[in-house]
Design a protein around this ligand. Sequence first.
Ligand SMILES: Nc1ncnc2c1ncn2[C@@H]1O[C@H](COP(=O)(O)OP(=O)(O)OP(=O)(O)O)[C@@H](O)[C@H]1O
Ligand SMILES: [Mg+2]
Length: 279
Amino acid sequence: MSTMLQTEDLRYAYPGEEGAETVALDGVTLSIERGSFVVVLGHNGSGKSTLAKTFNAVLLPSGGKVYVDGMDTGDEALLLEIRRRVGMVFQNPDNQIVANVVEEDVAFAPENLGVPTEEIRRRVDDALAAVGMADFTLYAPHLLSGGQKQRIAIAGVLAMRPECIVLDEATAMLDPAGRREVLDAVERLHAEQGITVVLITHHMNEAERADRVLVMNDGRLAMDGAPREVFSRAEELAAMGLAVPDTVALLRRLRAGGMDVPTDAVTVDECVDAILREF
Ligand SMILES: Nc1ncnc2c1ncn2[C@@H]1O[C@H](COP(=O)(O)OP(=O)(O)OP(=O)(O)O)[C@@H](O)[C@H]1O
Ligand SMILES: [Mg+2]
């Protein structure tokens, strides 16, 4: 597998008043393989959004390097190519809608890139189908539910034919049904189209399907591993203000109560299996 995103000793500081600065990223070195599904966790202010913004050159490093598909984000000549490759979806669906009709909204970015008309039609149809919104082509986006709006936002990103999608708490404002719709759409894109996914979230349970979990703490990369490895370090996570998923929490309680269950079963199915094995 090749590397999609790579950072080397990445540092980012927001400038403040009178030369003061806030160091948001403090020496982050990581690499994300093409086609992987990576979840980023971390307490408020740990640097997750700042990290995400360096991935498509919205923010440029104050120190160190970021490479997208081998391209240095500091190279201005590569900026368009980098932004085309890495699509971002943010928290508030209403801030991401730019047109009054769904298909126009999804067509917005490729139109700006000068993609030919028939090609745009194809991309818009493909993108809406990929997120399960093909029946809403002519709807007014503002009349849709939050989950539907976020899927339109994802379709808008897909219309750029990105290789990587970064979702920064894209489910945070949604109800459970909307959250599920969006996660299902993202999982399908990953499974069927091999798109690299970087999912930033506060919901531990969203991490269960990740290939890898990165934990940010105070501007640094504190943990980096498979979900079951990361969530087996419950005490360290708690010290960083993070909980484990409900599945792991349940298994830990059963174990504390004397049941001989493993505590590293993260998905609901694994958790159920682990408990049933005790009977
Ligand atoms: N525009 C800004 N100007 C100054 N400081 C900022 C700015 N944006 C973020 N920061 C600071 O940078 C640090 C990292 O913030 P960041 O938004 O990357 O964290 P986060 O992990 O995404 O947090 P959250 O979970 O609240 O979204 C914090 O100390 C934050 O206060
Ligand atoms: Mg954030």
